[in-house]
Design a protein around this ligand. Sequence first.
Ligand code: CIR
Length: 255
Amino acid sequence: MSYSFKNAIIRLPNKSIQNGLSSQNLHPKYEVIAKEHSNYIKAIKAAGLQIKLLESLEEYPDSIFVEDPALTYKSNVIILNPFDPSRNGEKNIIKNEIKHFFDNILFIEDGFVEGGDILNINNHFIIGLSNRTNKLGADNLSKILQSLGATVEICETPDDILHFKSECSIIDDDTILVSNKMAQLDYLKSHYHLIELPIGEEGASNALRINDKLLLPDGFVRAEEMLSKKYNIIKVKVNEIAKVDAGLSCMSLRW
Ligand code: CIR
């Protein structure tokens, strides 16, 4: 199952996060990020994962978002190629931190791909083309994943959504939680059961299913109402983290 995990890598927050990339030019406060991050760690532990904590990296403002420079699949780790120059160097650091946990390490050498654009459902991957992931990168990742036995579909990410997964998440084997914009994608509509969140609650669509728990961004009353009947929800506040366009999935790498 694509949400059955035992381990997670999480990077401790850095003070320079206040200068992280932000589409709205916002500057989150380190102290508030640190509090949200520490609650995030508690939630990941409550979902049953062993956590390997990585040292913070002041020279990379967005480096707590460890999902973007690497992808895990079975006993493999694929080092990706982040598009933004301020983030690209993260890949060389995480490579050395993560390689010991996997049998096989592979690399995207040409083209750009960020982990936020990769949705994994069992042995299938959807790669979203975005301002961060281009066709060359997606094609190269697709070749690697297929060589490992996976199937791949490449889709467009709707305009003005940073990453494909910014507004969708796997919450069951055949079920994807989506914002209204993501619900319009033909590929998703025709292949999966979609749970569409109301307009105004897009922020809840980057949820994180881990084992029998569903981590849900706090503050989305209707999303909670819709999901709490079926899912065992842990609410996690990410208001400050959202100022740098990030959410729950990007702060850990799971396997
Ligand atoms: C960035 O723009 O790269 C960071 N400020 C946010 C990255 C969020 N990553 C993700 O959703 N996978």
